[in-house]
Ligand binder design. Structure first.
Ligand SMILES: [Zn+2]
Length: 193
């Protein structure tokens, strides 16, 4: 089932076999471990052999290895399980792809604001729940949404304010704590930094 065109081959040095570490669980350890990057993140390295001869960090749940490509490029390779990784990366990593232009953030935040005005609060707002449709964004997976406690008073149009570095906390247009928090998480305002 493996698609060899996207597979990397990891070759672990014999010197690493003297201590227990996470990658020993890989199939075909130690000289021909086939791995490939997950689909969720852009990956900029073409498939190739990577030689690993040093452990930079090792614990029961996580290990970081120093790898070397054929052209001498050094890489840090982190192994962990997906649950630990998500917990560790938290919300910032979930929005990595959305840290693009402010216009894109504005479009997404306007969608959230629209939902608020319709009386819905998304409680599982994360990158996996933002999908692109043409030039537009859709926020999906409203299964765990709840009703907005009182009518949302947010009237700040993000798209019309992409030049803003900050908002006045007392501005009547920005009086919704969850929405303002999401905008801060997505670094919509840089607060002069
Ligand atoms: Zn609101």
């Amino acid at each position: 089932m493996s698609d060899s065109s996207t597979m990397f081959t990891l070759i672990f040095s014999d010197a690493l076999s003297t201590v227990p570490h996470l990658a020993q669980q890989l199939g075909d350890y130690s000289t021909s471990c086939k791995v490939r990057p997950g689909h969720s993140y852009p990956f900029h390295l073409p498939p190739q052999e990577i030689k690993i001869d040093e452990i930079l960090y090792s614990s029961q749940r996580t290990a970081v290895y120093l790898g070397r490509c054929g052209n001498g490029l050094e890489l840090a390779l982190k192994f962990t399980n997906i649950e630990d990784m998500s917990a560790e990366a938290g919300i910032y990593d979930a929005f990595e792809k959305l840290q693009g232009t402010k216009v894109e953030k504005a479009k997404i935040l306007n969608k959230l604001a629209e939902a608020h005005r319709a009386g819905l609060v998304h409680r599982d707002f994360a990158e996996r729940n933002v999908v692109v449709q043409g030039e537009d964004y859709r926020i999906i997976d409203w299964a765990s949404a709840k009703r907005h406690m009182s009518p949302c008073h947010w009237s700040y149009d993000f798209t019309a304010h992409v030049e803003d570095d900050h908002v006045e906390p007392t501005d009547p247009a920005v009086q919704c704590f969850p929405l303002k928090s999401w905008a801060e998480y997505m670094h919509f305002w840089d607060h002069g930094q």
